[in-house]
Design a protein around this ligand. Structure first.
Ligand code: MN
Length: 260
């Protein structure tokens, strides 16, 4: 079992170290992660500049690789042959903040797992629903132990290689995490606002600011599970087709043919 561990917060992030250490209890681990923070970078394929990879070590002294590419680039590099040994599984995280609802389209943590699926390998993204103002003392221990149990279960039961898992863990001590809940994506409520300012030469520039997003904690969703103290596991597919709309389009098409 050869597991690639990556993230979107960068090679020095404590969540990456916690995940890599727990994955080593399951199999051989290779770490190839971005050399900087790519949070909210979405699904990236770097095509107009070269990618570099450097050897480095994690804080526990274990070897790792850092790339100047995005999280999805790191996965692509590894799967396309930068790491000569075949990769069986890609895990991404542990992101310090939850990735829920529409966040999955922005998240570098999740899009790294999407890239794994594109490469024909199962991918799992792990995020921790911790508060923003914690500072460096954030405890990744419970989430890392949850990650190990979920990966062990995945390896035992298997997963279609077109499916990725988006896992969100409540920020609670081990004994207060109630269990796992399979969920669907819930509704994220973004409260973005455009902040227009002027540079010293009088030219406008913009920040996408506003308040921290919230979400609707509906039962059966990722938000609902976290709100009740459960780990949320959402299976995702890259097929974004809206099948209900597809049927409606086919009705339009039939009407057109009748009118010809
Ligand atoms: Mn991040």
């Amino acid at each position: 079992m050869h597991i690639l561990v990556t993230n979107d917060d960068g090679i020095t992030a404590p969540g990456l170290l916690a995940l890599a250490q727990e994955m080593r209890k399951i199999g051989k681990v290779s770490v190839l992660a971005p050399d900087r923070n790519w949070s909210a970078s979405g699904h990236v394929k770097t095509m107009h500049r070269p990618l570099r990879v450097k050897r480095t070590v994690l804080a526990d002294g274990t070897p790792a690789f850092a790339s100047d590419g995005a999280p999805s680039d790191c996965v692509a590099l590894a799967l396309l042959g930068y790491l000569p040994e075949r990769i069986d599984l890609v895990v991404s995280g542990i992101n310090p903040y939850a990735n829920l609802g529409h966040d999955v389209t922005y998240s570098g943590t999740v899009t790294a797992a999407m890239e794994a699926v594109i490469g024909g390998v199962p991918g799992v993204a792990f995020s921790l629903d911790s508060p923003e103002n914690l500072g460096p003392e954030r405890d990744y221990g419970p989430a890392a132990r949850v990650a190990r149990k979920i990966i062990e279960r995945l390896l035992h039961n298997g997963l279609p290689n077109t499916t990725l898992l988006n896992v969100n863990v409540p920020y609670l001590p081990d004994e207060r995490i109630k269990g796992w809940m399979p969920t669907r994506l819930g509704l994220r409520v973004y409260r973005d606002a455009l902040d227009r300012r002027e540079d010293p030469r009088g030219r406008p520039y913009f920040w996408i600011g506003g308040d921290v997003p919230t979400g609707v904690p509906e039962a059966g969703t990722d938000f609902g599970a976290l709100a009740e103290g459960y780990v949320s596991i959402t299976p995702l597919k890259l097929d974004l087709t809206d099948y209900q709309a597809l049927e409606r389009l086919q009705v339009w098409q039939n009407h057109d043919e009748e009118n010809v």
